[in-house]
Design a protein around this ligand. Structure first.
Ligand code: C2E
Ligand code: CA
Ligand code: CA
Length: 794
């Protein structure tokens, strides 16, 4: 900034000076004139006073002709220092007397601007004008007065001008600092922000402006710092975004339609498996879209370009002859006023998700081994079929098939042969059924075929006979030639039942009847089939007594190993019933009975007490790091005293809750989600762990699993046993392990029977192993011996 006459302050000052000067001049001149006039009046008054004063004696002496007296009076008057000249004109004698102080004539005095006063002299007796008196009065006092007036006036103006100059100087000094401020602000460098330094400042307005400027600079510095911080954050998040894109396999592209320019992000190149510098045009991108999807995708793109809209698409890209990927593309087309049309989109590689989804769907509704419908899907279809039959007044056939002596094959030739046989059988059954039939595997070697819209029982019986013949052969299973027969039970709607459960149970009873009658035959259900039922009734009574006396109930223990360290980390408690006449009965043959007769809660309590007391005993002999897993059944889960009972047992036996785990099956957990969540939360609160048992066989919903406070997933033994020779089982087991880990859960593989199983599971990153390879479930005493020996040998 330059200080010049454009400065507001200077201009204002200048204007003020001009106006005030003009005003001062005007006022002074006005005052001067006023003063001069009044002064002149005063002088005139003085002269006339003198004239009046000497007028009477002069007139008297003039009328008497005393000229000497005239001279005396005049001389006397001339003693007045201001009276310069007195002239008397005598009209009577036409005489003229002049008395001058400085010998100057009237004319000369008049030229000197002296005051001249002329009055008439009147005879006091006749009152006639007898002469004229002229007095010249000095204007010296006026001149003196005016002189000092002017002196005062000019020194006033000078003083005023001087103060203006001082003011100007002071102003200049102030403005100079403004200029300093101006330069400082002009030279302010945001890269190296510095505070303003105005030295020696009074705390005036400029100081306050510089203070404000400093505050502003400080704010700018803070702002810059924040911007810098933001910038580095931005850079960081950009690289995070890149990483995230990479991790999530999300790529992005932009297509400028007008310029025909196509740009892809690095990750998209990676997704497409192309080199980063490969040049890509829109058409080459379109050419990757698989034939099946091309028309749909292209028309969606075209429509979006035409209307400037959003789109979301799933489609397949064929990258080369043997590589296809599924992508999800979401994007939009922006049309701008300048005519530009741009499509921008992100694409996600969802190949794995689609595969996983398929696997999970399969897990939920299909039997993993044979690909047939599982119990869940069967129930669903059967329920609908029953409703349909009811509505249309039709009949429905239920065929229950169980292979004969399958257990023998399994136990002698091994599970993989057993599995192969089951797959083989399911293929034969598929050939024998129509599309409208439902073919399901209920588990083990049990199959069920649902035949809708049959005319009468003979239709179903013909079908059953046809199946028997189709199966009754020697079949080549791997290197084995196996002679297979089966037993079939038949029931029909509505004669043998009106609900799914009833129809299946009665077909099952008929199947037992067929087995009891020498196998390899079918039986149609009839109400007289009491034999099997009677036996069940006797067993039920025996179980009631066994539970009451507690003596026949014995818990066996099966060891669990850490897959990596191969250290013993726990055991599963598995119940056995020492029946006085029938011998050892396995849980599969009486748990369901305890459930249906209301004995389960009591039985469960016996098992829990025995298992927790076992933990105490193990702790006492030094095995303090063994976690005991106890199975919980559906009935126990509905019992309101379950959690209090467990707490009571823990404190009674002084066992730490962390040494206890409860196994529940998926079906229990899914039966009543809110109840499950409540109980599991309570269990979690007391500090015990939860495992989901037989995972993979039921209808599992991932979203629920995420909700439940669970710790472990137990992969069902049917998958574990198949991992070494069945690819599908291997994929399922691996999927479960990966999924469990992603949810922060541990995995247990049960049914580990061979070294190959151990090795593969370890490779799959499974956490815990359990199975016959290490030990069968054994008695309390045998278990103690086992861990003792194992510790010594390992
Ligand atoms: P689970 O909970 O799946 O128990 C594992 C079953 O697999 C046990 O059969 C065990 O003996 C067997 N197993 C263990 N390792 C292998 C192996 O390597 N190969 C083969 N083929 N099988 C193996 P178990 O003891 O007959 O029990 C059958 C089912 O009965 C259990 O299945 C569980 O659902 C139920 N259960 C057993 N004990 C109890 C109990 O105390 N309470 C309740 N509520 N249910 C129980
Ligand atoms: Ca279990
Ligand atoms: Ca299990």
């Amino acid at each position: 900034m330059k200080i010049n006459f454009n400065s507001i302050t200077l201009k204002t000052l200048l204007h003020i000076s001009i106006f005030s000067l003009a005003f001062i001049f005007f006022t002074i001149f006005a005052v001067r004139t006023l003063f001069v006039n009044s002064y002149m009046e005063l002088e005139k008054d003085k002269v006339s006073l003198v004239s009046e004063h000497i007028k009477a004696p002069l007139s008297l002496n003039l009328s008497y002709g005393f000229t000497e007296a005239l001279t005396d009076i005049s001389t006397k008057a001339l003693e007045n220092p201001n009276i310069l000249l007195i002239e008397i004109e005598d009209y009577q004698n036409t005489k003229f007397y002049s008395f001058s102080k400085y010998k100057l004539s009237l004319k000369e005095h008049s030229d000197n601007h002296e005051l001249i006063n002329t009055i008439e002299l009147i005879d006091p007796a006749s009152e006639l004008i007898i002469g004229e008196l002229t007095i010249v009065y000095s204007n010296a006092s006026y001149e003196k007065y005016m002189h000092s007036f002017n002196k005062l006036f000019f020194s006033g103006i000078l003083g005023y001008a001087l103060s203006l100059l001082i003011l100007l100087y002071l102003l200049y000094r102030s403005l100079k600092n403004l200029a300093v401020l101006d330069t400082a602000l002009k030279n302010f460098n945001p890269k190296e922000p510095e505070k303003l330094k105005l030295e020696g400042r009074d705390k005036d307005e400029i100081y306050s402006i510089s203070q404000s400027a400093n505050i502003m600079i400080e704010n700018i510095i803070t702002y810059f710092d924040a911007t810098k911080e933001l910038n580095s954050q931005l850079i960081l998040s950009q690289s995070h975004l890149k990483d995230a894109q990479r991790m999530a396999r999300v790529g992005s592209f932009e297509y400028d339609i007008k310029e025909n320019r196509f740009l892809m992000s690095d990750e998209y190149y990676r997704i497409l498996g192309t080199k980063l510098n490969t040049s890509f045009v829109w058409e080459s991108f379109l050419s990757l879209i698989s034939e099946n999807d091309y028309t749909r995708v292209k028309s969606t793109f075209d429509k979006a370009i035409e209307t400037g809209s959003q789109f979301s698409l799933e489609y397949t890209l064929s990258l080369n002859a043997n590589k296809k990927i599924h992508v999800l593309t979401k994007g939009k087309v922006r049309k701008k006023k300048d005519g530009s049309v741009k499509m921008s989109a992100i694409s996600m590689d969802i190949t794995k998700d689609i595969q996983n989804q398929k696997t999970i769907e399969k897990l939920a509704y299909f039997d993993a081994l044979t690909g047939l419908a599982n119990r869940t899907l069967l129930r669903d279809r059967m329920h609908k079929a029953v409703q349909n039959a009811q509505r249309n007044d039709e009949k429905l056939g239920v065929v229950f098939l169980d292979l004969d002596h399958f257990k023998l094959i399994n136990d002698t030739l091994g599970h993989s042969v057993g599995d192969e046989l089951l797959i083989y059988i399911s293929e034969i059954l598929k050939e024998q059924t129509r599309d409208s039939d439902t073919l399901a595997r209920l588990g083990g070697d049990e199959f069920l075929i649902l035949l809708p819209s049959i005319k009468d029982i003979t239709d179903v019986e013909h079908f059953a006979a046809k199946i028997l013949t189709a199966l009754e052969h020697k079949h080549n299973i791997g290197i084995h030639q196996l002679y297979i027969t089966s037993s079939i039970g038949v029931s029909i709607y509505p004669e043998h039942g009106t609900t799914c459960d009833e129809l299946i149970r009665n077909a099952d009873t008929a199947m037992y009847e067929a087995k009891n009658n020498g196998r390899n035959k079918f039986k149609t259900y009839s109400q007289t089939m009491g034999n099997y039922v009677d036996k069940q009734l006797n067993l039920e009574q025996d179980l009631t007594e066994a539970v009451k006396s507690k003596e026949q109930i014995e818990v066996y223990y099966q060891v669990k190993m850490n897959a990596n360290s191969k250290k013993i980390i726990g055991a599963e408690a598995l119940v056995r019933w020492n029946h006085p006449t029938n011998g050892l009965i396995f849980p599969d043959d009486f748990i369901y009975m305890a459930e249906s007769t209301g004995l389960m809660v009591e039985l469960g309590n016996i098992i829990t007490r025995q298992s927790i007391s076992m933990v105490k005993k193990l702790n006492a002999i030094g095995y303090t790091d063994i976690k005991m897993a106890i199975n919980l059944s559906a009935r126990q889960f509905q019992d309101s005293s379950l959690v209090p009972f467990i707490s009571q047992m823990l404190s009674e036996y002084d066992v730490d809750p962390s040494q206890l785990e409860f196994e529940i099956t998926e079906s229990i957990s899914m039966a009543n989600v809110s109840n499950t969540l409540r109980i599991l939360t309570q269990l979690q609160e007391i500090g015990v762990s939860i495992a989901i048992d037989d995972f993979g066989t039921g209808h599992s919903s991932l979203s629920y699993l995420k909700k439940f406070p669970i710790n472990t997933l137990k992969i069902d033994k049917s998958f574990v046993m198949g991992i070494t020779d069945n690819d599908e089982d291997k994929v399922i087991a691996q999927t479960i392990i990966t999924m469990a880990h992603s949810l922060g859960l541990k995995t247990v593989a049960e049914g580990v029977e061979t070294k190959a199983h151990v090795d593969m599971l370890q490779e799959m990153d499974c956490d815990i192993l359990q199975g016959y390879y290490y030990s069968k479930p054994v008695t309390e005493k045998a278990f103690k011996n086992f861990i003792h020996d194992y510790k010594i040998n390992n």
